[in-house]
Design a protein around this ligand. Structure first.
Ligand code: ZN
Ligand code: ZN
Length: 339
């Protein structure tokens, strides 16, 4: 059976709650949904592996969405761009998670140290003591301003106060100052450059649309309906002991199936390197069945190599069409599933 099949671009039938916007966004939204990485992220949300995607801050304060990096193999800045694009398209909702502090002089968020200082002389040496709350303890300073400790007025609680070891100043709260190790600039919070860091969740109002366009979920479901325990992405260990990653892997009763999706950059053809990489993994993992999905199609060298190595492949103009091609592939495959 010749598994290579050409599909033709069908016009997007995506609907959007804002009709006018859908017209202008339509093509870019279709493009977004046909991005394999977008599908991998969607899958994480729709399969309830992710409910809210929160970042961890790297040592240089770069927000990292590690789970997405692992699944997509994109660099941290590419992940941030992609998540932002998905939020702009209303696929995801972004929420402010935190703000990072950048130096107002050199603009860098890395190497910023915060320190607590005496509000009067800037010394970091201070001792803390607990004093009983009484009218006498009022009138001490906080950040160079006289403050009344109104909240303690009526109670008999004791309060913590600080005394500067250098100038003897007594204060309730030390002043928070930042210093930049790169340019040695010292600054206050109010002068700092702040950068928003976001967390992401699925836009539930668009979840019906998302389910209809979550092609990878559809493809995974097709294999699961056949009885395969399916994982996306799937890591399988080869005979050499090396772990190999496939876009999808399914197992059932000793039958292993692997599927790799390879998307040519910006709609360009898939080259022989991708075919070779897939072939190399097959040699090591030795699955029962395998198929390479080339989007939009293999280049002449890739095609030659696929034929020489007997790598099975389908060519699909986009992920939506790939789902249809794989449906055919599953329907026509004669696996010995029950041994
Ligand atoms: Zn600086
Ligand atoms: Zn002081």
């Amino acid at each position: 059976m010749d598994l290579s099949c050409k599909s033709y671009l069908s016009k997007s039938r995506l609907t959007h709650r804002d009709g006018e916007r859908a017209n202008t966004m339509g093509s870019s939204l279709t493009e977004l949904y046909n991005d394999l990485n977008v599908q991998l992220i969607l899958m994480g949300f729709l399969e309830n592996e992710i409910s809210i995607l929160t970042p961890v801050l790297d040592v240089d304060k770069t927000p990292r969405y590690v789970i997405v990096e692992n699944v997509t193999h994109l660099a941290s800045d590419e992940v941030a761009n992609l998540l932002d694009k998905m939020a702009q398209a209303d696929v995801l909702k972004k929420e402010l998670f935190t703000k990072t502090v950048s130096c107002p002089k050199c603009n860098k968020p890395s190497d910023i140290y915060d320190r607590f200082e005496c509000p009067k002389c800037g010394s970091t040496g201070m001792s803390v003591s607990t004093v009983p709350n009484s009218p006498k303890t009022m009138g001490i300073t906080r950040d160079n301003e006289q403050v009344e400790i109104a909240e303690h007025k009526e109670s008999h609680e004791s309060i913590s106060v600080y005394r500067c070891d250098n100038c003897g100043e007594i204060f309730v709260e030390p002043a928070l100052r930042f210093s930049c190790k790169r340019c040695r600039h010292k600054f206050r919070f109010r002068d700092a450059k702040l950068r928003d860091v976001f967390s992401y969740r699925l836009n539930e109002t668009a979840s019906n649309e998302l389910r209809a366009t979550a092609y990878l979920v559809t493809i995974k479901d097709m294999f699961e309906k056949k009885g395969f325990k399916t994982q996306v992405p799937s890591i399988l260990t080869g005979e050499s002991g090396t772990s190999h990653r496939f876009t999808l892997g399914g197992k059932m009763n000793g039958t292993t199936i692997v599927v790799d999706f390879v998307q040519g950059r910006q709609g360009s053809e898939v080259g022989e390197t991708d075919v070779l990489a897939f072939y190399g993994k097959l040699i090591d993992v030795q699955p029962t069945e395998s198929i390479l999905v080339a989007i939009p199609h293999l280049g002449p060298d890739g095609e030659k190599l696929a034929k020489a190595t007997r790598v099975k492949y389908v060519e699909s103009v986009n992920l939506k069409e790939a789902a249809a091609s794989l449906r055919e592939f599953i329907a026509s495959s004669q696996w010995r599933l029950h041994r």
